[in-house]
Ligand binder design. Structure first.
Ligand SMILES: Cc1cc2nc3c(=O)[nH]c(=O)nc-3n(C[C@H](O)[C@H](O)[C@H](O)COP(=O)(O)O)c2cc1C
Length: 132
């Protein structure tokens, strides 16, 4: 009998708080460290005004992490765009990847790397990446 552990995957969007200077590298450093410890994978994008993040992993770990993120005053107006149970990771080899690249570069990367993702999720990510 094959054992399958269901994973929770969420996608949310948020807006950077007024007058907040975002230090993305430090957010990413903490995210990578904590997420690795909690078996969470995903992706974080920032377009200068809005964040878009995917988190996936064991449901308790994802819920706790999102609760912590939600209370972070560096951003506000968090809106959950998708919340699904997935049988396998769609961002398994992403540890909060972010490419602070040139326009076009991020878009190409997201298009190429989301081939496995659910079509709705892929559409949200590529549309967002187009604005970076
Ligand atoms: C847009 C955004 C995304 C974040 N993503 C994560 C994340 O994926 N994982 C994480 O642990 N913290 C993330 N954080 C930071 C948390 O809000 C919080 O500051 C951090 O988890 C506290 O960790 P510490 O107790 O180890 O200092 C994010 C913060 C922001 C503003």
């Amino acid at each position: 009998m094959s054992e399958r552990t269901d994973l929770l995957q969420i996608l949310y969007i948020s807006t950077v708080s007024p007058r907040e200077t975002v230090d993305l590298e430090s957010i990413l450093a903490v995210a990578r460290r904590n997420n690795r410890a909690h078996d969470i994978t995903g992706l974080l994008m920032f377009n200068g005004k809005r964040f878009l993040q995917v988190l996936e992993g064991p449901s308790g770990a994802v819920e706790n992490t999102f609760e912590r993120i939600r209370r972070d005053t560096r951003h506000r107006a968090q809106v959950m765009l998708s919340r699904r149970t997935v049988g396998r990771r769609e961002f398994g080899d992403w540890s909060m990847a972010f490419r602070d690249g040139h326009a076009g570069e991020v878009y190409d990367l997201i298009c190429a790397r989301t081939a496995d993702a659910h079509p709705n999720l892929r559409a949200e990510l590529t549309a967002f990446a187009r604005q970076i």
